[in-house]
Design a protein around this ligand. Structure first.
Ligand code: DQA
Length: 144
């Protein structure tokens, strides 16, 4: 089981700034992740919330269940110490992902307050960032 958790505004993929995030919808993303899981022999569950407390609850659930996570914290990336503290409790790999490359965008996106407690970060490959992250987790699972 791998949880794919998405933060605020990501349910609006497809209509949200398509020049930055592409034309594919959140449902397309969810299907891509589940399909990648099927190929890797892992059950993948995809969730999205605009609510910081709900996201933190899911991170606690992952920590308690030793569940690996692919996390796009969206804007929380840049300022949420509460999300960072929740990730710091992780008991399994957690890969931070971004569709765009925040380092190539506005100054405020250059800081990730969560990167330092993630296993690693994949950014800038569009929806393929999630596919790469799922492969990285499956690889870690098989070699541990
Ligand atoms: C994002 C990048 C963030 O800066 C932004 O706030 C998002 C999406 C990405 O996937 O590229 O909501 O995490």
């Amino acid at each position: 089981m791998i949880l794919v958790l998405n933060g605020p505004n990501l349910r609006r993929l497809g209509t949200r700034e398509p020049d930055v995030y592409g034309a594919e919808t959140f449902e397309d993303l969810a299907e891509l992740c589940r399909d990648t899981g099927r190929k890797l022999g892992e059950h993948v569950e995809v969730r999205q919330t605009d609510d910081e407390a709900e996201l933190i609850g899911w991170l606690h659930e992952a920590a308690d269940g030793r569940i690996p996570v692919v996390l796009n914290p969206a804007a929380f990336t840049h300022y949420s110490y509460a999300v960072r503290d929740a990730i710091a409790q992780r008991t399994a790999p957690l890969v931070e992902v971004h569709i765009s490359n925040p380092a190539a965008r506005e100054e405020f996106r250059h800081t990730s307050v969560v990167a330092g407690v993630a296993t690693g970060t994949i950014a800038g490959f569009g929806l393929q960032s999630y596919v790469l992250a799922l492969h990285a987790i499956a690889e870690m699972n098989s070699s541990s």
